[in-house]
Design a protein around this ligand. Structure first.
Ligand SMILES: C[S@@+](CC[C@H](N)C(=O)[O-])C[C@H]1O[C@@H](n2cnc3c(N)ncnc32)[C@H](O)[C@@H]1O
Ligand SMILES: Nc1nc2[nH]cc(C(=O)O)c2c(=O)[nH]1
Ligand code: SF4
Ligand SMILES: [Mg+2]
Length: 260
């Protein structure tokens, strides 16, 4: 599916056209190897919705967050596009896929058809839908688009991002409801205190167990060159703290090429 350039805007709360028509704003749909997390290396079809309720300064999917582009597709057409590929695994990502009500419909239909589903989410929304692996990436303070790091202006999103990025009850609800991995984008050692504190609070708040194994550290970097300077530090931190390390296989393999 092509990336559209002149589609109508996406309401950041996900309460716009999709609520009325049941359509989803799709930025891209492609097959690749899952590049991140527990299922890294597994051939998967990626469905990338457009629109996000956050604005990480480092977002590697700029055209779903800072400057969203998409075409609107009926859920049935998304399913037909997925069926074109010989794949058992589907990854629903974005943008933030769970701001769209129709993502729940898509996930129901994918489960009916026997697909294994992973949802890549920032952990601010709890859906009512079947998900095999909730790949939750809670956003740390180092993700906030302060004026000096805003890719698109002068920090006008910083306060909203800061207010929304973490909600402990929502994270607890997610880990209680789904098989969950917690995948943190790590920019450096400074992030570790916040991760440790968050995991501690989540363990207190949630009735489900959160194992060290469920916590993954992922180096920040949109390109091979950027990863070159972060990956070893993050690998060392995983060893030091006893959490998992996850590579960004797709970036190692294909750099920042679209549709990978
Ligand atoms: C584009 S996001 C879409 C899903 C959801 N909005 C989220 O953030 O989890 C997909 C994954 O890429 C990660 N990511 C985005 N930009 C990144 C970067 N510059 N370096 C490393 N990971 C990044 C996110 O944390 C998330 O795990
Ligand atoms: N190959 C590949 N693996 C991924 N895992 C999570 C991705 C995402 O953008 O959510 C992603 C992606 O964009 N490409
Ligand atoms: S939450 Fe995900 S899609 Fe949204 S800006 Fe951050 S990385 Fe990008
Ligand atoms: Mg990606």
């Amino acid at each position: 599916m092509p990336v559209a350039n002149d589609a109508p805007g996406v309401d950041i709360e996900g309460t716009d056209a999709d609520a009325e028509t049941g359509d989803l704003p799709i930025n891209e749909l492609f097959q690749s190897l899952q590049g991140e997390g527990r299922l890294a290396g597994v051939p998967s079809v990626f469905v990338r919705t457009s629109g996000c309720n956050l604005r990480c300064w480092f977002c590697d999917s700029y055209h779903t967050s800072w400057e969203p582009t998409h075409d609107w597709f009926a859920v049935d057409d998304v399913l037909a596009a997925i069926a074109e590929y010989d794949a058992d695994h589907v990854v629903l990502t974005g943008g933030e896929p769970l701001i769209h009500d129709s993502s729940e419909v898509l996930l129901e239909r994918l489960a009916d058809r026997g697909y294994h589903t992973t949802v890549e989410t920032n952990g601010t929304v709890v859906p009512e839908a079947p998900i095999d692996l909730a790949s939750v990436s809670p956003k740390l303070a180092s993700s906030t688009p302060t004026a000096d790091r805003d890719p698109d202006g002068d920090g006008e999103w910083a306060d909203r991002h800061e207010e929304r990025r973490l909600d402990l009850d929502t994270l607890a609800d997610l880990v209680e409801t789904y098989d969950t991995q917690l995948k943190f984008v790590v920019t450096g050692r400074e992030d570790m205190a916040e991760i440790e504190r968050l995991i501690e609070r989540l363990r207190d708040a949630a009735s489900a167990r959160v194992r060290d194994d469920d916590v993954l550290l992922m180096p920040e970097g949109q390109t091979r060159d950027q990863l070159e300077s972060t990956r070893e530090t993050v690998a060392d931190l995983a060893l030091e703290y006893g959490y998992r390390y996850t590579p960004r296989l797709h970036v190692d393999l294909w750099n920042d090429a679209p549709g990978t």
